[in-house]
Design a protein around this ligand. Structure first.
Ligand SMILES: Nc1ncnc2c1ncn2[C@@H]1O[C@H](COP(=O)(O)OP(=O)(O)O)[C@@H](O)[C@H]1O
Ligand SMILES: [Mg+2]
Length: 236
């Protein structure tokens, strides 16, 4: 089989002496949506940090487009086309919406105007509120700022840790629609979600993590249809 575009392969590591991840493997192809689900504390965020280079691995590798990037810093990974929206503190609340988006492009030397317009086209409310402090926005709008900021780097891979946390079902559906739209442009989406059912519905590929290890891996559809996955992880 061909090498996936982005793969964290057999990742083992944690925050100190204790390993949180145990040979955990996560991969995503261009234009694909890969979703990580699993109970609280399963290591989903840790797996994302590992893929983005925020965790030193004791075992395993991360490869992007065939290149081993295991030793690269997060900033070097951004330069290679990776963007990460962490679970918390993912925007600058005292800065305006537009300043947040401009900050996202800090590594770029070219004209960012076109990308800014693309973000405003994807999230029209951000254009309306571009002069407002991001901290004044609703939870769903803040998540749009965070995603928009990540898109300002023109990433090949967009990593999102619980982008719909704390938003209403309607706002969640809306955000998922936008994420599908982003994936259709060829960007790989790697996403952690608490709203497992809804996320697996839009997932090309799903990973169920338990205690830092892969428990189930399949298409989103197949996982949704698996009685054991349903019973144990999707509430029946
Ligand atoms: N910064 C940290 N330092 C030490 N332990 C951590 C840290 N972050 C998370 N952990 C621990 O790692 C485990 C996995 O956490 P996490 O990856 O956040 O799980 P999830 O995102 O699936 O809820 C938990 O036991 C958690 O307590
Ligand atoms: Mg988490």
């Amino acid at each position: 089989m061909a090498e996936p575009f982005l793969i964290g392969e057999a990742m083992t590591g944690g925050y100190g002496a204790v390993d949180i991840l145990h040979a955990c493997t996560i991969a995503v192809e261009p234009g694909e949506i890969a979703v990580i689900v699993g109970p609280n504390g399963a290591g989903k965020s840790t797996a994302m940090k590992a893929v983005f280079g925020m965790l030193t691995l004791r075992g395993g590798h991360v490869r992007l487009d065939g290149e081993d990037i295991t030793a690269l810093s997060p900033q070097a990974r951004v330069a290679k086309g990776m963007a990460f929206v962490p679970q918390t503190q993912n925007i600058f609340t005292s800065m305006t919406v537009e300043e947040n988006l401009e900050m996202g492009a800090f590594l770029r030397r070219d004209d960012i105007k076109t990308t800014l317009d693309q973000v405003y086209h994807l999230f029209p409310i951000l254009k309306t509120k571009r002069r407002q402090a991001a901290g004044e926005l609703s939870g769903g709008q803040r998540q749009q700022v965070a995603v928009g900021r990540a898109l300002m780097t023109q990433p090949k891979v967009l990593m999102l840790d619980e982008p719909t946390a704390g938003v209403s079902p309607i706002v969640m559906d809306e955000l998922f629609d936008r994420i599908i739209e982003v994936a259709r442009t060829g960007i790989s989406i790697l996403m952690v979600e608490q709203n497992a059912r809804q996320a697996l519905e839009i997932a090309d590929k799903g990973y169920v993590l338990v205690q830092g290890a892969n428990r189930f891996t399949d298409t989103g559809k197949a996982l949704m249809a698996d009685p054991e996955v349903r019973r144990s992880f999707l509430g029946g």
